[in-house]
Design a protein around this ligand. Structure first.
Ligand code: GLN
Length: 486
């Protein structure tokens, strides 16, 4: 039986019905990763032994009648999440020898729920990037076209799910790193509201923007993952104390009467006619289902990328100061003295994009420039948030493209950091505002996947999942598999 093309929900049902065991599907996926991942490079670490042990334990648990929906279901984690006893690199040489001594809260949540972790997924170094070209472990290939990037920074999560090596993966999103790779690989990506999912044990890039989320094949699976991940965590001071609904319960609600806002700034001439058409076709599907459309304005949209590229580097320069070659991680050979140890460990351990951002951030935070850059960027951030708050007075959900283009080729943006930064033009404002966003496959341009972005009000993940699921009941974009992958 081929099990690799099953979704999380299907596996959960099959395990309950006894169609196959967790050990069987786990073995099949591990064998598939071994045979095929040299093409994609989506895994940094495959945890064979641990996965088989978890699968056997899950099968025993089911036999004893104590199963949760996740008992025995395989998945994998982005390598930004600490996993006790398992290499946790964050895509960097700096952490290439770091075996985490504890589990991130969400890793623990999946373990407690009985899930089977197949390993750790490749990513841009410290989650900085939009193409997965900045990983110390080499680029990840897009299963839809291996000459193209899978997006980033969660490129490994997206490629592994698209190649049917794993049915779902955790990921993180600071400026678009879940939604953009999901769009490039024809997957469903969910970035929850800031504070909805614990950041404890997720290696910090820009703490006020980072949020853990999911990459899956469809909205139903995202809801199943969010059910495990969401909730208050006393170990994360920014996690929010608020009830967690059952996100699968409202998937089938009607969207009749839902008001969709279309930000005019997101449908400008900057977006090619082809991309616009795909997104507009998707919105027409919603109108057929009874939704109403309204044009809205987010007047400060053009300030999102500049504000982000002050705030994110500033926070990263502070967060990454803990990588000093002393306490953990990479240390240079034969340091002359303590200064040499710091300089060479950091100089040799970090890649170019990370260094560029640390330098920008240290500059923006320095005494003479703090007010002009960091403080100003924080003020702009508030304006961007206010735009969304007032838009949500009139609409239930906002829709837009996810990316300005489909997946680009390796090298195309690699020597032009600003071109690379513009990749996130439609996704980054949500992180500045702390809002939830989702990417849903909605069409294609030149045979390459295109995503529709659903933007929700604070803590309205259930509405996003409902809207995504309803769209997936009337369209089949999410059902297509890359060539040669059935
Ligand atoms: N591409 C953006 C950056 O490079 C966003 C990355 C992310 O969301 N982690 O910072």
């Amino acid at each position: 039986m081929t099990m690799h093309n099953k979704t999380i929900a299907e596996i959960s049902r099959d395990l309950t019905a006894g169609e196959y065991s967790s050990a069987e599907i786990t073995q099949e996926l591990l064998a598939r990763i071994k045979a095929q991942d040299s093409t994609y490079n989506s895994f940094i670490t495959v945890s064979d032994e641990q996965a088989i042990a978890q699968a056997n334990a899950a099968d025993a648990c089911r036999a004893a009648g104590n199963a949760s929906p996740w008992t025995g279901v395989p998945m994998a984690h982005k390598d930004i999440f600490c996993t006790n006893g398992v290499l946790t690199t964050c895509g960097s040489k700096m952490l290439s020898n770091f075996v985490a001594p504890y589990d991130a809260t969400i890793v623990d949540n999946f373990n407690q729920a009985g899930a089977v972790s197949l390993g750790k997924l490749n990513m841009d170094e410290f989650a900085m990037g939009s193409s997965n070209e900045s990983s110390f472990y080499g680029p990840v290939k897009n299963p839809w076209d291996t000459e193209r990037v899978p997006g980033g920074s969660s490129g490994g999560s997206a490629a592994a799910v698209a190649a049917r090596l794993v049915p779902g993966a955790t990921a993180s999103d600071t400026g678009g790193s879940i939604r953009q790779p999901a769009a490039f690989c024809r997957l469903t990506g969910l970035k929850p509201t800031y504070g909805r999912v614990s950041r404890y044990g997720m290696i910090a890039y820009a703490s006020s923007l980072d949020q853990a989320g999911t990459i899956t094949r469809n909205a139903e699976d995202s809801a199943m993952m969010l059910n495990v991940m969401a909730g208050f965590d006393a170990k994360d001071s920014t996690s929010v104390q608020r009830d967690v609904p059952d996100y699968t319960a409202s998937l089938n609600d009607s969207i009749e009467g839902m008001t969709i806002g279309l930000p005019k700034e997101y449908f400008s001439d900057a977006l090619s006619a082809d991309m616009q058409q795909q997104v507009r076709n998707a919105i027409a599907e919603y109108e057929k289902m009874g939704a109403k459309v309204k044009e809205i304005s987010l007047p400060n949209s053009h300030l999102a990328i500049p504000a982000y590229y002050v705030i994110a580097p500033s926070e990263c320069s502070a967060n990454l100061s803990r990588m000093d070659g002393v306490r953990f991680g990479y240390r240079c050979e034969d340091p002359k003295d303590i200064e040499d140890l710091y300089k060479r460990s950091r100089g040799e351990g970090f890649g170019n994009e990370v260094k560029r951002r640390i330098m920008i951030g240290a500059y923006a935070l320095s005494a003479g420039f703090y007010d002009a850059y960091y403080k100003k960027a924080q003020q702009v951030r508030r304006l961007i948030k206010n735009d969304f708050v007032s838009a949500f007075n009139d609409v239930d959900i906002i829709m837009s493209p996810v990316t300005p283009t489909p997946a680009f080729k390796f090298g195309e943006n690699a020597n032009d950091p600003v071109a690379m930064y513009l990749e996130d033009i439609f996704t980054i404002a949500l992180n500045l505002a702390g809002l939830p966003g989702m990417s849903v496959p909605c069409g294609q341009v030149n045979g390459l996947p295109v995503g529709l972005q659903l933007i929700g009000n604070y803590f309205d993940e259930a509405r996003l999942l409902n809207a995504g699921h309803q769209f997936q009941q009337v369209t089949d974009w999410h059902l297509k598999a890359p060539n040669g992958i059935a």
